[in-house]
Design a binder for this molecule. Sequence first.
Ligand code: PMP
Ligand code: GLN
Length: 378
Amino acid sequence: IKSKLPNVGTTIFTVMSALATEHKAVNLGQGFPDYPMSEELTAKVAEAMRNGHNQYAPMPGLIGLRESIAEKVEFLYKTKINPDTEITITPGGTYAIYSSLTTILQPGDEVILFEPAYDSYIPNIEINGAKAVPLPLTYPDYKIDWDLVRSSITAKTKAILINSPHNPTGSVLDKNDIAELKSIVAGTELFIVSDEVYEHLIYDELPHESMLKYPELFERSFVNFSFGKTYHCTGWKLGYCIAPAAFTKEFRKVHQFNCFSCFTPAQVALAEYLKNKDAYLSLPRFMQQKRDYFIELMKNTKFDLLSTSGSYFICASYGRISEESDKDLAIRLTKEAGVATIPLSAFYHNQKDDKVVRFCFSKQNRTLQQAVERLMKI
Ligand code: PMP
Ligand code: GLN
């Protein structure tokens, strides 16, 4: 078979989670919580199944859920979204991003993105015959160098792929970034594909700068979200894409012949549960406590933590521990210390090694404690 993705192996999340299982390691690698999701939401799904909501949902998603999303967007970002024509429910955020890119890309197009980058982006671009143009974020604060963006735009640039809060670094866009982005795209035909799956995981009272807040940006955007991240149920693989009606029409052409529609009972449950504002407004505080607890514990180790303002990840350099490559260290940590992490080189097209690994802190305190006790021995 001629590979459509010749440069791609098995994703690092699969590799590290398998290694963690094999060595019975505490898994701070792949991003998922180890505590239970809401009882109330679980009960609502069971109830939806018992009530017979077990057949195909409408192709764009249950209208009740899309209406609840539109209400939530208006409450949070003061933007009116048409639930009928501008929201599509998808099987997860990754799929929503893939479909956004597939909707707009023609062979030969270029997409600007920022590295380190979530590992699905470049394959998503390349499988569409387009070219990824990865630009480095600044180090160590992992911000976008907007002058570099300006000088990297060519006649072939079709889109800019933004991710805030950012995986793996936890950096977030601020008002200045938004002003720069606005000035760069003004008067162009550039699209923005925005990955906002961590919209509610943002700390230190910072606001989430969604593309949905700015009409000049939203008019050219596909904005992608994940229920898995917000409601502690990554295994649900349910998310959504919000885009202007003309974009959504094309997005649904891709979506309808890929998965057609998503798991109905969860959509019925979420249509109701989304009205519970506290469930998402309480998230920053809940997760910030975990971040701060982990930072405090990690002071007892030789890892030097970088800062994180969002997502449930924090990066650490390990120069005081060894000179190994980040992959070698991540493997050794899993096997010898019993703690799995993600080496940051997995988020670079050229496997650049900053000697940094990523930790996921969306875990029970006792899990974090157990992990750090093990890391102290390294
Ligand atoms: N984007 C980023 C940056 C992520 O970290 C994740 C988490 N897996 C996703 C998208 C996709 O989320 P989902 O599991 O809903 O596909
Ligand atoms: N988003 C999660 C992470 O970055 C994992 C997603 C996946 O396993 N594909 O860890």
